[in-house]
Design a protein around this ligand. Structure first.
Ligand SMILES: [Zn+2]
Length: 157
């Protein structure tokens, strides 16, 4: 899902479970549960844009999500716990970034015999992350996220 959706659910987790030893693993788990729900995200159309544009959009959206979560949960969750829970919730996507930045191309869908060690490692992480990745087009792919975030915000009140 979008970094914003992950950050908001991470904030709700940190508010409901103030123990970092529980909140951080729950936040990582929430990432995969949320990605299994059909959704759209910045990465969805990457083949249609330059890598620089996708990177800039992804970074902006991540900063936006963290800022929103910060203002929503400030005073309700201690800032270090809030930030570490948000980072945990977004980490699986960040670990995917090296594949997109260094190795992926518009017309390339995997590794070849010539691929080096780091390319293989990046590709494996990218594949692992995408086992449960359910995609949906706009606008449905955003509506599912609004509903999902609202559901977790109410559930973890
Ligand atoms: Zn993801």
């Amino acid at each position: 899902m979008t970094a914003t959706a992950h950050a908001l659910v991470a904030g709700a987790i940190a508010r409901a479970v103030p123990n970092p030893y529980l909140a951080i693993p729950l936040a990582i788990t929430s990432h995969f549960i949320m990605d299994a729900i059909p959704h759209w995200d910045i990465g969805a159309d990457w083949r249609a844009r330059s890598k620089t544009v996708t990177g800039a959009l992804a970074i902006s959206e991540t900063v936006l999500g963290i800022t929103l979560a910060y203002f929503l949960f400030r005073g309700k969750v201690e800032t270090p716990l809030l930030l570490s829970t948000i980072i945990a919730s977004e980490l699986p996507d960040w670990l995917e970034a090296p594949w997109y930045i260094f190795f992926a191309h518009k017309n390339k869908n995997g590794i070849s015999k010539k691929s080096g060690f780091w390319e293989r490692v990046s590709y494996r992480i990218y594949r692992r992350e995408n086992v449960v990745h359910a995609k949906a087009d706009l606008p449905f792919g955003i509506i599912t996220q609004v509903v999902t975030v609202a559901f977790f915000l109410l559930l973890l009140k």
